[in-house]
Structure formats: structure tokens, C-alpha cells
Design a binder for this molecule. Structure first.
Ligand code: FAD
Length: 385
């Protein structure tokens, strides 16, 4: 699906072109035939993860010594784009590989890395990150989940909501207060292996506007006794700093998703308007249709150029929080607008669930909300003024 007339970006090396082909083939054969069923049943199967692991699609940026593919963010970007172009936006792999695993790689002890990363790479462990609580989302310092020293370890109490991979995850990074009086400095990241603890409970898989197959859920921790080495790293109170360091990549992943969704929307709309007829001619022949699609294609192209700039900077280790926030906010906003306008060209069919444009419209809405709302992105950008 090449909807835009852009040359291959500089960051896209030969091995990434091969990875793109391999990922595209695998996703088309193994996932696409089941997407409809997964959307209908509101969940995809556990084996989706192990299959992704076997195909080398998990933990692409994790060094080979820890079971990953030893790539850079370009590898992650290629895989995520292919998932999105194929319409599998509800798969939690981008979060698992691009968010959860890097926390462990960057802040875990050698023992934690050896214990968890190889299993995340195979899909034996499925990762989630639990920040949001019923009472607090944007204001992360307000989390009430606590991890109190208890014996040799910690006692974890609290509840989380809206957690991606919530039903499948068995390795959950939980944002908790180890010192409730210390504000941001009292926040720590606790890693919970759910199969090994008592007192952990999964709540509802939440019904949502879109991403029907995603197992976004509530999670409950009631007197969960954790071993001492559940603390990510060795020092308490580092959680907020760790989150701030990793969030630019999370935001870039959302921006990437937004661009892939726009590309797909434009391609679907162009295809449709060439075939559908009204007043004796193809819808494409109306000047309005041509202008709308010319505008959408232009918006998507500008978005992709900025995204590629950000990816290149990120691969070079130079993507700052402000620029990542700009990408997340602007590209997800543009994505919503482009998909909405493309959908309009489908008339009533655009409103029908069986038309992928309808699902794209629903699935894309959350891009403006999660990974920090777009309002929070603007706050971060404004601080640089
Ligand atoms: C499908 C889905 C998946 C998710 N996955 C995860 C996950 O895996 N892990 C996780 O931890 N969370 C996850 N989230 C939660 C998501 O990150 C939060 O919903 C988001 O951060 C917003 O928090 P909130 O819902 O509490 O909204 P609130 O913080 O209550 O915000 C409500 C409104 O107020 C605005 N607002 C808040 N503060 C300010 C301010 N200072 N200035 C201006 N406006 C402000 C917000 O922008 C928003 O418009 C997910 C959410 C969804 C919908």
C-alpha cells in the first residue's frame, strides 16, 4: 500500500527493506485472515504473540544477547507500520516491544534483563505498563498505588485502568509510590510477574469505541507480596525520571501509527472513488473528490516527512521530548481529520462496519488520547517557548 509519492527515507536501510517484505508477508498470511473474527469476538488469541515471537517481530531493538533482534528503532518502525497498514492496530506488540522491553533494557539490573527480555522476545512473556488509575491519568504524580517495604520485598496495593494487553499480559510494569510523601521522587516502577504472585486480579476487558480486538483492561493489586528484585533497577524513587526518559519513544510510536493510518485511509478512499459511480460517473471525477483527496494526500505526505525526520533523529539518539510531543499531537490530530474526510467519500458505506474505513475512523480516535493526551503534549511544547 504505497499511497504517497515519497522516496524511501534515509533511515530505511537495505536490511529494513527486507524486514518490511518479510513482515508484510507474515502479517498477510498469519493475521489478516483472522482480523474480522478477532474484532467480532473482541479479543485475539494468545498464540498471536508466540507466532510474532517466532517470526522475529517482537523486541526488534533488544540486543541479541538478551534474545532480541539487535536492531534500532527503524526495525520497530517498519514492523509497526506493517501491522497498521494491514489493519491490525489493536495488536499490543508496539507497546510490548517499543515501550515495556526498553524500560527493562535501560533500567533493569543485569539479572532482570536476562530473566525477562528473552521471554519477551519469544512472546512467552507479554508486557504491559500500568500507569493510569481510575482517579488519575494525565497527572501521573497523583497515582495512589503503593509499594510499601514489607519483609524482604514490597507489598503492592492499588488499581489500574485502561491497560493495553491487560488480559494477556503476564509481565506488568506498575507505576507505584514507594514514598507517598516524596511527590515525583517517591515514584518507582515495580515489575510484576503475574503468574508468580497472589492477590493480582484482572478486571473487565473494557468495551471501547474502537480497537475492538485489543484487550484493554482494569487490573487490581490487593496485598500482592513482591520480591525485592521486583523494583526495576536498584534504587527507589527513579520511576518518574525513567518514565520521562522513555515517553518520547512512546509518542513517536503513536505518531508512526497515525501516519500509517492516514496512508491506509487515502489508499482505501482512492480505490473506492474510482469504482463507485454517481450521476453517471466515477466519484473521483467530481472536482470536490479530487480536491479532498489532493488535500488528504498532501497532509499525509507532510506528516510522513516530519515523522521520518523524527525517526532519523531518534535513531541518532537526538529526539527530544518537545519534538516527539509535536509529532504525537500534530500527526494524531491530522490523522483524525484525514480519516474523517476520506470516510465522507464513502457515503453510507463509510459508516458500515464491514468497510475498513469505518474501523479506521474508530480505531484512530484514541491516538489523540493515550500516551499523554494532545493537551498534555501542548503543555510540554509550551514549556520550551
Ligand atoms: C485504548 C486505551 C489504551 C490505553 N492504554 C494504556 C496503558 O497501556 N497504560 C496506561 O497506563 N494507560 C493507558 N491508557 C490511558 C491513557 O494514557 C489515559 O487515558 C490518558 O493519559 C488520559 O488520562 P485520563 O483518561 O485520566 O484523562 P484526564 O487526565 O482525566 O484528562 C481529561 C481531560 O482533561 C485534559 N487535561 C488534563 N490535564 C490537563 C492540563 N493540565 N491542561 C489541560 N488539559 C488537561 C486532558 O487532556 C483530557 O482532555 C489507555 C487509554 C485508552 C483509551
Amino acid at each position: 500500500m504505497e499511497a504517497l509519492n515519497l522516496p524511501r527515507p534515509h533511515w530505511m536501510t537495505e536490511d529494513l527493506v527486507l524486514l518490511e517484505e518479510q513482515a508484510r508477508r507474515f502479517i498477510a498470511a498469519e493475521y489478516v485472515p483472522h482480523l474480522e473474527r478477532w474484532h467480532e469476538q473482541g479479543m485475539y488469541e494468545r498464540e498471536v504473540w508466540t507466532k510474532a515471537g517466532e517470526a522475529g517481530l517482537l523486541c526488534a531493538t533488544i540486543p541479541e544477547e538478551y534474545g532480541g533482534a539487535g536492531g534500532n528503532f527503524g526495525h520497530e518502525a517498519v514492523i509497526n507500520r506493517e501491522l497498521s497498514l494491514a489493519g491490525f492496530d489493536s495488536f499490543g506488540a508496539p507497546l510490548h516491544s517499543g515501550i515495556v522491553a526498553p524500560y527493562i533494557l535501560h533500567y533493569g539490573t543485569e539479572d532482570q534483563k536476562k530473566r525477562w527480555l528473552p521471554k519477551l522476545a519469544t512472546g512467552e512473556l507479554i508486557g504491559a505498563i500500568a500507569m493510569t488509575e481510575p482517579g488519575t491519568g494525565s497527572d501521573l504524580q497523583g497515582v495512589r498505588t503503593s509499594a510499601k517495604k514489607s519483609g524482604n520485598g514490597y507489598l503492592l496495593n492499588g488499581s489500574k485502568t485502561f491497560i493495553t494487553n491487560g488480559q494477556h499480559a503476564n509481565l506488568i510494569i506498575v507505576v507505584a509510590k514507594t514514598d507517598p510523601a516524596a511527590g515525583a521522587k517517591g515514584v518507582s516502577l515495580m515489575v510484576v510477574e503475574t503468574d508468580k504472585v497472589q492477590g493480582f486480579r484482572r478486571g473487565r476487558k473494557l468495551k471501547k469505541l474502537g480497537q475492538d480486538a485489543a484487550d484493554t483492561s482494569e487490573l487490581f493489586f490487593e496485598d500482592v507480596q513482591l520480591p525485592a528484585d521486583s523494583l526495576l533497577g536498584t534504587e527507589e524513587g527513579q520511576g518518574f525520571y525513567q518514565l520521562m526518559k522513555e515517553l518520547p519513544q512512546e509518542r513517536l510510536i503513536v505518531a508512526l501509527n497515525a501516519v500509517a493510518m492516514m496512508e491506509r485511509a487515502v489508499a482505501l478512499a482512492v480505490d473506492y472513488v474510482k469504482q463507485r459511480k454517481a450521476f453517471g460517473k466515477a466519484i473521483l471525477e467530481f472536482q470536490n473528490t479530487q480536491f479532498v483527496l489532493a488535500e488528504c494526500k498532501t497532509e499525509a505526505t507532510i506528516a510522513k516527512v516530519f515523522l521520518d525526520h523524527c525517526i532519523e533523529r531518534h535513531i541518532a539518539g537526538q529526539l527530544d521530548t518537545v519534538t516527539a510531543s509535536m509529532a504525537k499531537y500534530r500527526l494524531s490530530d491530522t490523522c483524525g481529520d484525514v480519516i474523517d474526510r476520506c470516510l465522507q467519500l464513502f457515503g453510507g458505506y463509510g459508516y458500515m462496519d464491514e468497510y475498513p474505513i469505518s474501523r479506521l475512523y474508530r480505531d484512530a480516535r484514541v491516538l489523540r488520547i493515550y500516551a499523554g493526551t494532545n493537551e498534555i503534549m501542548k503543555l510540554l511544547i509550551a514549556r520550551s517557548l
